[in-house]
Design a protein around this ligand. Structure first.
Ligand code: UDP
Length: 354
């Protein structure tokens, strides 16, 4: 029996882990212990995903959130180490690029427990992003590197990984597995009465929320688009809400509370365009055939830029509005199955059981 300790803590990790945990539960010879660091803790940022997606109740809850990056990651490191010593897993499984990812990988590697990283090899080449630091360091100490795309494999090879002890595997993207698995359960957010198409927007990256000039530009652009092009629906991340409040900005679009995954899929399906700085939402727009405008200067999902499904605009209001006018209502296609076609979780679990 292979004992896996899975470390999750943030919204996108709940969605990614849900599809892998499902396959683990149906597979003989593998057992999963689930540790939730507490990085995201609000009911609508955490509980709703466990309930909707059938994720087992975490075996271990750390309730660590808030504070600076170092203090949050440090507290997680201390507590995860204790739990690894107690559970004695054969392997630690981490997802993505959050502080929970890095703390889990580091605690395990220091105890000589092998680490598997789902979403290995992604790079923005912007070391100012906390996510970039987390993912580079996690890859360095992982021995199973589950890459979602060929670009991710290339990044690792360019960093010399091919000569190291890590096993690089292009398995596809677990977020496509999730989008396909749960698409039939899409449901409208309660209380959102919206007629016809709209633009679905999400903004939460620190590079935008923690930079007053960038956030002000984005708010101005969204207000103009909402009043003159098409309604903008924006499920508001708590970090963005706090930053807007702190800066005294006024966002005059259809702001709603963060929604569950079924509601998010519904919003994606009905949208005429997606405007986002989220990694996951860029791909989900593509999975549901919507063009995407990305409010960042780089993206890890370069294949979507190359095939024209996604347009990088940064935060210049004129560039954002021009891109919206050019792309609103445009449909995109995926003839090459860029993200593996929905088989990633099976491939990952097959490797974990070896
Ligand atoms: N998401 C959601 N409800 C929301 C906003 C996002 O379920 O109100 C989902 C979204 O569909 C995607 C994931 O959360 O699957 C993305 O997470 P986020 O944007 O927080 O992080 P990132 O992908 O940028 O790491």
């Amino acid at each position: 029996m292979k004992n896996i300790l899975t470390i999750i803590g943030a919204r996108p990790q709940f969605i990614k882990a849900s599809v892998v945990s499902r396959v683990i539960q149906k597979t003989d010879g593998i057992n999963e212990v689930l540790l939730h660091t507490g990085q995201h803790f609000d009911a609508n940022m955490s509980d709703v995903f466990f309930n909707q997606l059938g994720i087992p109740c975490p075996d271990i809850q750390l309730n660590i959130h808030g504070g600076n990056h170092g203090s949050m990651t440090g507290q997680m490191l201390i507590e995860i180490e204790k739990n690894i010593l107690e559970c004695k897993p054969d392997r630690v499984l981490v997802y993505g690029d959050t502080n929970s990812t890095l703390a889990g990988a580091l605690a395990a590697a220091k105890l000589h427990v092998p680490v598997a990283h789902v979403e290995a090899g992604l790079r923005s080449f912007n070391m100012a992003m906390p996510e970039e630091i987390n993912r580079i360091l996690t890859d360095q100490i992982s021995d199973l590197l589950f890459c979602p795309t060929s670009a991710a494999v290339e990044n690792l090879k360019n960093e010399g990984f091919v000569n190291g002890s890590g096993k690089i595997l292009q398995v596809g993207d677990v977020m496509q597995d999730a989008a396909q698995l749960f698409a039939s359960q899409a449901e409208a957010p309660i209380g959102l009465n919206i007629e016809g198409e709209y633009i679905l927007a999400t903004v939460h990256r620190a590079e935008n929320t923690d930079n007053p000039a960038r956030l002000t530009n984005i708010v101005n652009a969204l207000n103009n688009i909402h009043s003159s092009i098409a309604p903008v629906v924006l499920p508001m991340h708590p970090r963005t809400r706090d930053a807007i409040h702190r800066l005294g900005l006024h966002l005059n679009v259809r702001c709603i509370e963060p929604v569950g995954y079924f509601e998010m899929i519904w919003l994606l399906m009905q949208a005429g365009l997606v405007l986002t700085d989220s990694g996951g939402v860029q791909k989900e727009a593509f999975f549901f055939s919507k063009a995407c405008i990305t409010l960042r200067d780089q993206t890890e999902w370069v294949e979507l830029i190359d095939n024209g499904a996604n347009v990088l605009v940064g935060c210049d209001p004129f560039a954002i509005e021009r891109a919206v006018l050019q792309n609103y209502g445009r449909k995109v296609e995926d003839p090459d199955q860029l993200y593996g076609g929905g088989e990633a979780s099976k491939e990952i679990v097959a490797q974990l059981t070896l």
